[in-house]
Design a binder for this molecule. Sequence first.
Ligand code: IPE
Ligand code: IPE
Ligand code: MG
Length: 238
Amino acid sequence: MAEEMGLRVPRHVAIILDGNGRWAKKRGLPRNMGHVEGCKVVERTVEDAAGLGIKYLTVYGFSTENWKRSAEEVGALMQLFRYYMKRLLKVAKKNDVRVIMIGERSRFDADIIEGLDRLENETKGNSRMTFTIAVNYGSRDEITRAVRRMMEDCAAGKLSPKDVNEELIGSYLDTKELPDPDLLIRTSGEERLSNYLLWQLAYTEFYFTDVLWPDFNKEELVKAIEKYNGRDRRFGGV
Ligand code: IPE
Ligand code: IPE
Ligand code: MG
């Protein structure tokens, strides 16, 4: 499919979905309606990405900073999360997609933690694509937790300072099973990382679009990949 279109598909695409609130506001709707639409788009994007031959898709759904939003919005997001986790399980099974979660899950209610465990366990044999959801994720939190565990292992005599290199650090991060992203997409016109994958995006190409997340679709995904195809990746070389 992607080859027919002459696309070289990046192995790992990371997305910062943004603009749900503004999408709703533009229509005179409550913010939550933007999140509802946004969830549908996540579901469709999983299918589109798998169909294009992308092997890893990683989407930022809820940051460690997003708890600062109103109790009403956080509550509504948790409810949506409960509902979409169940739908995602079906979509993942149908499309042979493995789901993993990155972020700190202990802050969620017990039923959400159970749902996340179930998503991971019941899809762990799937191999067409790995879909990673970043929830209660923040890169600084991830690195802080990694350093803490490294120091604990050191204190326990399992690790020594001379063992520390980039590969070892990577193995302590939540993304230990994932290659680094090739392409990062952020929607809604904002051009910042908002604490997303700071270590992993070291050599990633960035693509920013004004499209609001609920309006994102396969055509937009293909546009981002085409732009990526036109770039010359260097990794520090000439
Ligand atoms: C992204 O949309 C979804 C989450 C961060 C949960 P926003 O809710 O940030 O939408 P805007 O940026 O206010 O438009
Ligand atoms: C980033 O979006 C977090 C997620 C997409 C989950 P935000 O809308 O929360 O980021 P800021 O606050 O504009 O940087
Ligand atoms: Mg936003």
